[in-house]
Design a protein around this ligand. Structure first.
Ligand code: HPA
Length: 271
């Protein structure tokens, strides 16, 4: 594992000499945020040793290296999901590589289904905490001391000071933000009506198919994590039996993108 990480890092550092301090993962429908980045180097995942290759529509599958808000950053345009068939070590591999490229802070974004009735389609939700449900923990297996401790503490996976910064950014710009608990599932099915109700009963405000493994791997390595969900569909909607589609998820994410972009840009400026 460490050899693979080191080989991927060496490959990237051979192409891009600067040290990124922030890592960003762009979720479903948020690929356009890449336009905000002054991209200096762009590396398709397929070129990087040991990187899995993303297959989902709405994910372009490349590593972007460059500048955002005056900071050197590395961004993943497209991420790896467990439902694509990768194992959890593969899902979190790029997060580990970004850590060894030098990042101190990881910003995650995702599309999520709302289960708390206060949520509306298009809302931005600060992830204050998560519930790992039906996902395999990415730290199962040999623990690599170079990455972190065997039993990582998860009291504050999403850093309060980052959350407070984002709240202030949103207030200053008049952006309405929600906050809540993200419950992670494997997908790829959207949930049944009974499952959405179960998720609500368990304490989830929103549900999605990513983020939790990445956060766990990042916290393991001591990174400061911030995550934001875009609510792209509502799981609990009474008698409304309209099916949820991936196209609808992408469209809702796109709509929320200007507010999302402002927040991520400002947050990076303040790091
Ligand atoms: N459930 C799970 N994952 C999702 C959803 C959902 O409703 N919407 C976007 N990702």
């Amino acid at each position: 594992m460490m050899t693979k990480i080191n080989e991927a890092v060496a490959f990237i550092q051979n192409i891009y000499k600067d040290e990124p301090v922030v890592g960003i993962v762009l979720g479903s429908g948020l690929g356009n945020f890449a336009k905000e980045i002054t991209v200096e180097k762009e590396i398709p995942y397929g070129d990087i040793p040991h990187f899995p290759v993303s297959t989902v529509e709405g994910h372009s599958g490349k590593l972007l290296l460059g500048e955002l808000s005056g900071k050197k950053i590395v961004a993943m345009a497209g991420r790896f999901h467990f439902y694509e068939g990768y194992n959890m070590q593969e899902v979190v591999f790029p997060i580990r590589v970004m850590k060894f490229l030098g990042i101190k802070t990881l910003l995650l974004s995702n599309a999520a289904g709302g289960v708390n009735p206060k949520l509306r389609v298009g809302d931005l939700m600060i992830v204050t905490d998560h519930i790992s449900q039906l996902t395999v923990n990415p730290l199962i297996g040999k623990n690599y001391k170079e990455l972190g401790t065997r039993f990582p503490d998860m009291t504050e996976p999403y850093k309060k000071d980052l959350i407070n910064k984002v709240k202030n950014i949103a207030i200053a710009k008049g952006i309405k933000l929600q906050e809540g608990v993200y419950l992670g599932v494997t997908g790829p099915t959207f949930e049944t009506k009974a499952e959405y109700l179960m998720i609500q009963a368990m304490g989830g405000d929103a549900v999605g198919m990513s983020t939790v493994p990445e956060t766990i791997a990042a916290v393991h390595m001591g990174l400061a994590v911030f995550a934001m969900s875009i609510i792209t569909d509502l799981g609990i909607r009474g008698d409304d039996e309209t099916p949820i589609t991936h196209a609808e998820v992408l469209a809702a994410a796109k709509e929320a993108e200007p507010a999302f972009s402002h927040i991520f840009k400002e947050l990076v400026a303040q790091l």
